[in-house]
Design a protein around this ligand. Sequence first.
Ligand code: 13P
Length: 281
Amino acid sequence: MSLTTLKPLLDDARKRGYAVGAFNVVNLETIRGVIKAAETLSSPVILQLAEVHLPYAPLEYMAPIMIEAAHMADVPVAVHFDHGTSFESISCAIKNGFSSIMFDGASYPLEDNIRLTKEIVKLGHSFGVTVEAELGQVGGAEDGNKSVDHHLTDVAEAITFTNSTLVDALAVSIGNLHGQYIEEPTLRFDRLKALKESTEIPLVLHGGSGISPMDFRTCIKNGIGKINVGTALQLSSSEKIKTYCDANSRPAYFSIMDFAIEGTYETVKEHMQIFMSDGKA
Ligand code: 13P
């Protein structure tokens, strides 16, 4: 069914009340695990590569594999560049065939975030590529939940931001954090609801690893159409590889690769079912 942009995926998700999972891939095993889960469940999916992972998974190597995996899949697949921070890295992703990109200007003051995001939207749209941006700041879970409130997405700013930039999707900060949560996250559904009611745009939840099934469902009801999950895939694959290596004095490399695929596959499948994207391809 092949390569697509975010727009048709997020339009359908909104119409039918589900969310599309965007899974961070870092090698062939994670790509294969994600695609296998999507095909098994007949689910649309977003394969994403984060700029921060490029030292482990160079974009020029990953792009052709991700794009070919999308073309060969029998479900719709968007190939997305996650947390791009510069015009250069985003141009490189577009040049290498990504169908969708994210510009993360969340650390800039509002005016600068708007100005830079507008330039990226102009670039992306001229190539038919969809653009996600971030407002409010999703931090790292390793710092704990303490400073979350200072970085929540502001509703009035979100209206100004989406009207002036014309982005296709907006990543919001509602108490979610990237990585392994130290304390249980308390998501601000009141804020999410207000953001949904005042902007027309599909909203994106980052930091999906460790959020409870019930909270995911409440997010989806309140406007979240794309959910990013990364850490959970790595944890389940590492766990499987560790169990295998602990039980074998001479572990076989190909078996390790199989366990890496399997860990990703199982975790992605679980999330797709929670997101209700199964059977929607
Ligand atoms: P986690 O690694 O916390 O699931 O977050 C993934 C993410 O949001 C990538 O942008």
